[in-house]
Design a protein around this ligand. Structure first.
Ligand code: FAD
Length: 409
């Protein structure tokens, strides 16, 4: 029996208070203790990735035990600003250069489908999570100017992803923002990430799933007929398969050189009644370093973020939080003319990125029946939809044709 030491990292996943933890229906009650029941699959992690995986598996008829060392939906998911984007962090033109045209085109196409699938799923399950389809505006910045955006539009259109190039005057006229150019594209969305996750977990629980918390998994081993997971308290749990959806607290075996942790900041304003009408319907981000992004919620709050730093620790410094919130609010004002006043909520968090902007959904190296869903990147939620589809298919013995794009690298 191959036995691997598998203690996960433990990070401070948030500093400050994300708005979402204050919204109703944003968590789920968990059982406090484990039973002797055997499950088909153990899902470790009750954030958006674990919730999507558990929903997909239970929809396919599997029995699922969901474990978390924190209460459900209290990892990094509630820190998310939940712009559910079909646009991958790495523009299509650049991704083609990095991983080849065929694979890049498939990754982008799959990302569009993932947003559509998630919106449909939320609708079908009648999730009360403010899920709303919205177009995205991608503004020219110091990373991509007007010409680069024009060729990005051509690349996307070539593979059937609708995108419209907006020149400066169009952008000013339609959105009152003065930038060299922008890409307008439909097929994105926004939601309350905590309510979305809680709703998906409830859907899994209404089928054959249970959630137990707090339970920390510290070790794992592969058996001839399944897997065994050890808890911090010394219990051993056996199942046919395990899926680790542990976010940025990945297992040592999951460590890959193509991935690193950075820091990011976000805020939510009080509801603003005088917002420009367009701001309620569009999500905005920029091709800049550091970048600004923003969206609104149904009540007219502006939720904005960015100011990322390469350092993995700087997000836990409260002095940085106040400073970064001021910068984000000022940038938003300079760009849109909207003054948000003192933010109602500010928060910061670690954030994982990969060199090619793509996530990892794969068997953990050295294991046949243990999978990892590492939905890293600025569109981690969209990626986790793809991850849930790929892993549920692998467990059902029906490999997904796009799986090889998201393998360990
Ligand atoms: C500020 C910020 C803004 C973001 N904005 C966006 C955005 O606009 N759009 C978007 O798509 N994405 C965004 N993201 C990314 C997105 O939020 C993440 O991809 C997503 O939250 C990761 O979810 P997860 O379920 O993988 O991780 P988590 O929510 O962290 O869940 C993992 C869970 O695993 C548990 N766990 C870990 N180790 C163990 C163990 N050993 N045993 C038991 N349990 C364990 C943890 O307690 C945790 O609850 C943002 C992220 C941040 C930080």
């Amino acid at each position: 029996m191959a036995k691997h030491k598998a203690k996960t990292r433990k990070d401070d996943l948030r500093t400050g208070t994300p708005f979402w933890v204050k919204t109703p229906h944003s968590t789920v009650s968990a059982q406090a203790s484990l039973t002797r029941e055997r499950f088909d699959v153990i899902v470790v992690g009750a954030g958006i990735s674990g919730a999507l995986v558990a929903e997909a598996l239970t929809r396919a008829g599997k029995s699922v035990l969901i474990l978390d060392r924190r209460p459900p939906v209290r990892g990094s998911t509630p820190a998310s600003t939940a712009m559910i984007q079909h646009e991958i962090d790495m523009p299509l033109t650049r991704l083609r250069k990095k991983i080849g045209k065929e694979r890049a085109d498939r990754a982008w196409t799959r990302s569009v489908r993932a947003v559509e699938d998630l919106v449909k799923l939320a609708d079908k399950l009648e999730l009360d999570c403010q899920m709303r389809s919205k177009p995205a505006l991608y503004l020219a910045g110091n990373e991509m100017g007007a010409r680069a955006l024009a060729s990005e539009v051509r690349a996307r259109e070539e593979i059937g992803i609708r995108a419209e190039y907006l020149k400066r005057s169009d952008l000013v006229e339609r959105y009152g923002m003065d930038r060299q150019a922008a890409i307008w594209s439909d097929a994105s969305a926004s939601a309350n990430p905590a309510q979305l996750t809680a709703g998906l977990l409830h859907a899994a629980l209404s089928r054959k799933a249970q959630i137990v918390s707090p339970v920390e998994i510290t070790d794992m081993a592969e058996l001839p007929s399944g897997i065994a997971l050890a808890t911090k308290k010394g219990e051993v749990l056996v199942a046919d398969h395990a899926v680790f959806c542990t976010g940025y607290e990945y297992l040592p075996q999951m460590k890959t050189k193509s991935h690193h942790v950075t820091s990011t900041w976000a805020l939510a304003s009080d509801p603003i009644s005088t917002l420009p009408e367009w701001m309620r319907d569009v999500i905005v981000w920029e091709a800049a370093e550091p970048y600004l992004y923003f969206r609104t919620d149904e009540s007219g709050r502006v939720i904005a973020g960015g100011e990322d730093e390469e350092a993995s620790e700087s997000n836990s410094d409260p002095r940085n939080l106040a400073k970064k919130a001021r910068i984000i609010a000022q940038k938003l004002h300079d760009l849109t003319g909207v003054k948000i006043g003192k933010p109602a909520y500010t928060w910061s968090a670690p954030f994982s990125v990969t060199d090619d902007g793509l996530p990892i959904f794969d068997r953990v190296p050295g294991f046949e029946r243990v999978f990892a869903v590492l939905g890293f990147g600025g569109n981690g939620i969209t990626f986790s939809v793809i991850g849930a589809q790929i892993i549920a298919a692998a467990i059902a013995g029906k490999p997904d044709p796009d799986a090889e794009i998201f393998r360990y690298r």
